[in-house]
Design a protein around this ligand. Structure first.
Ligand code: NI
Length: 226
């Protein structure tokens, strides 16, 4: 399922981040593509070992970890340090699926990608094209969000970024290994958690809410790996 988290960053935070990003070391994105995706990937990204890039990436990781909706939607065990990319002058990333197993040599990080995320770092009216199109059971969904918004989608889906025909599209991408690898189980847990959160604010009978919390944790106990 697609989950959109609005305003993960404020406009001021995005502005600071983008201003810092202009100083980073941008390289051809095809360098980090697998042998199949190198043919379809045409963008730029901040070099993985760039110290400034790593610092900005850590800033985002901290925000992810403190955002209740991110935590609830992902049940993250491991998070790939967000990578910054930009598309301009017809740049695109054709239809592909993200690698299931990922290895980060500098960090010694091994991760199974369950969830892919794209954080938009500029507004839709700043570029033409550049839609993130995700194939779902209900057809292709096109996503193009205001800056500071994050979309999460199953890493198992085929997806693409359509050509940016005018302006520049800037974004951060990440991959998450979840405690609950099954997308439908994780989605049900997230929906249950969201209902519990809103019921807690309105319902007088806290005993009933506690009972739902118990069910939530018992389902988590059944489905999660530690
Ligand atoms: Ni991808």
């Amino acid at each position: 399922m697609l989950t959109i988290i609005e305003d993960l960053l404020t406009p001021a935070e995005v502005r600071d981040l983008c201003s810092d990003l202009t100083q980073a070391n941008w390289v051809d994105g095809a360098q980090s593509a697998g042998s199949r995706s190198v043919k379809v990937k045409q963008n730029q990204q901040v070099e993985r070992s760039d110290p400034l890039g790593l610092q900005l990436s850590n800033r985002l990781l901290a925000r992810f970890g403190e955002h209740p909706q991110f935590v609830s939607a992902t049940l993250a065990q491991k998070i790939w340090p967000p990578m910054f990319n930009r598309y301009t002058g017809g740049g695109h990333y054709g239809l592909h699926v993200d690698a299931a197993l990922m290895h980060h040599p500098e960090l010694g990080l091994d991760l199974r990608s369950d969830i892919s995320g794209t954080l938009f770092l500029n507004d839709p009216d700043e570029y033409e094209g550049g839609e993130l199109q995700i194939e779902t059971a209900f057809g292709a969904q096109s996503v193009k969000l205001p800056k500071g918004h994050l979309v999460l989608y199953p890493s198992s889906s085929l997806h693409q970024v359509t050509p940016v025909t005018h302006g520049t599209r800037v974004a951060a991408v990440t991959w998450i290994q979840s405690s609950v690898s099954d997308d439908s189980a994780r989605t049900m847990l997230h929906e249950l958690d969201q209902s519990i959160q809103s019921l807690s604010a309105h319902v007088d009978s806290q005993g009933e809410v506690e009972n739902l919390v118990r069910l939530y944790h018992n389902l988590l106990r059944r489905w999660a790996s530690a």
